[in-house]
Ligand binder design. Structure first.
Ligand SMILES: O=C(O)C1=C[C@@H](OP(=O)(O)O)[C@@H](O)[C@H](O)C1
Ligand SMILES: C=C(OP(=O)(O)O)C(=O)O
Length: 417
């Protein structure tokens, strides 16, 4: 029988402070930059989850020496090495690990194979494989063209490269991070509109911390410098707790996510503010309080699409419909997230409709439901929020949260205890 997890309704408003684990996106960028920096770097506040363990193993396969200490959330990386012949990167389910490791592996003359789970093999890789060929890498598609597994080898001359932006920003981020170690550096031109823009700003910020400047989308040849780097809590993970405050009422403060956060997903709080919640921002925290009604909104979430499913859950409890736009590309994530969120909300009797580039949700009272999660951590975490107000909500395959947040259900319990 498939494992499931019940969520119990809350009978009082929330009044809690939480600190989610480290940012997945920053951890995986810092691991890669540290691996490319000759010398020892120390990452503090790191995330320990499937996606970041995949990256730790990936950079080890590329020649870094990695020492992880989960209790202190610290990782030490001795960088500047090279992969052994026949290196294999198993990116598991991780888009960032695979899309960042491919350009990094192609810096070296040895052949590295990059692969992942069946789910990752179904996600698009054509744009990065094509871009690597443009800058001189040898690329072999070992399965279907444009998909994993793929083998790459270098070195790369770099220079001008064209890459699409509308499928995923991760292709661009991965290329930029490898850019300084290409002979001529890298000058990227986008052939289509970029989605998930704040993640590219994050890439530039982490690269800058490791001593490499990106101007526009141009990187000059250069070297990373090792350093001690502190990672802030994960803003996408925080969206579930901020969403919980919106749904249950009361106050939730997320500590460690201040106004200078590198993560675009902190702007999920702005979305809740537009719906009628009160948001307080400080240099080191983000607080959402809700006492009055929530209103439906029409919102483009192309910049912050990992929080679209969280908003879908919140929208159920508003007093008018919510339309989410600009996120057609999330059909290519862990699952088709637009189809999945609509199917599951309908399972609970909610009027949810798929649009080509998003979804529309009409508020209602969720009926008891056992939600499918499609091996998508964000389906499990988002849909669990419905259980804070509606009785009889169960989440199937709850351990899929291990991709980015192994302790999610324990932390949700602690928040509501
Ligand atoms: O660069 C990153 O760290 C990420 C970029 C986003 O992906 P896309 O650029 O594919 O939208 C986001 O959904 C993912 O969770 C992490
Ligand atoms: C889309 C996600 O991850 P990735 O693309 O890194 O696998 C996510 O964490 O929601």
């Amino acid at each position: 029988m498939t494992e499931s997890r019940a969520v119990s309704p809350l009978h009082r408003p929330l009044d809690a402070t939480v600190r989610p684990p480290g940012s997945k996106s920053i951890t995986n960028r810092a691991l890669l930059c540290a691996a490319l920096a000759p010398g020892e770097s120390t990452l503090t506040g790191a995330l320990f989850a499937d996606d970041t363990r995949a990256m730790m193993q990936a950079v080890a396969a590329l020649g870094a020496s990695v020492t992880a200490d989960p209790p202190s959330r610290t990782v030490t990386v001795a960088g500047g090495g090279a992969p052994a012949p026949g290196a294999i990167v198993d990116a598991r389910q991780s888009g960032t690990t695979s899309r960042f490791a491919l350009p990094a592996a192609a810096l070296f003359p040895t052949r590295t194979v990059v692969d992942g789970t069946a789910q990752l093999r179904a996600r698009p890789f054509g744009p990065v494989l094509d871009a690597l060929r443009q800058v001189g890498a040898k690329v072999e598609e070992l399965g279907e063209p444009g998909f994993l597994p793929a083998a790459v080898s270098g070195p790369m001359h770099g220079g001008a490269v064209h890459v699409s932006g509308h499928i995923s920003s991760q292709f661009l981020s991965g290329l930029l991070m490898a850019g300084p170690l290409m002979r001529d550096g890298l000058e990227v031109s986008l052939t289509s509109e970029l989605v998930s823009v704040p993640y590219v700003e994050m890439t530039k910020a982490v690269m800058a911390s490791f001593g490499v400047t990106v101007e526009g989308l141009t990187v000059r040849p250069g070297a990373y410098t090792p350093r001690v780097y502190d990672i802030e809590p994960d803003a996408s993970a925080a969206s579930y707790f901020l969403g919980a405050a919106a749904i249950a009422g009361g106050r939730v403060t997320v500590s460690g996510l201040g106004t200078a956060s590198l993560q675009g997903d902190v702007r999920f709080a702005d979305v809740l503010e537009r719906m009628g919640a009160t948001v307080t921002r400080t240099g080191d925290s983000l607080t959402v309080t809700r006492s009055g009604p929530l209103h439906g909104i029409d919102v483009d979430m192309a910049d912050i699409s990992d929080t679209a499913q969280t908003l879908a859950a919140v929208a159920v409890f508003a007093d008018s419909p919510t339309r989410v736009r600009g996120i057609g590309f999330i059909r290519g994530k862990e699952t088709d997230r637009i189809a999945a969120v609509v199917t599951e909300l309908r399972r609970a009797g909610i009027d949810a409709v798929e649009d080509e580039d998003g979804f529309t949700i009409t508020p209602g009272t969720p009926a008891p439901a056992r939600f499918e999660t499609y091996e998508d951590h964000r389906m499990a975490m988002s849909l669990s929020l419905l259980g804070l107000r509606a009785p009889g909500i169960e989440i199937l395959d709850p351990t899929c949260v291990a991709k980015t947040y192994p302790d999610f259900f324990a932390d949700l319990d602690a928040l509501t205890r």
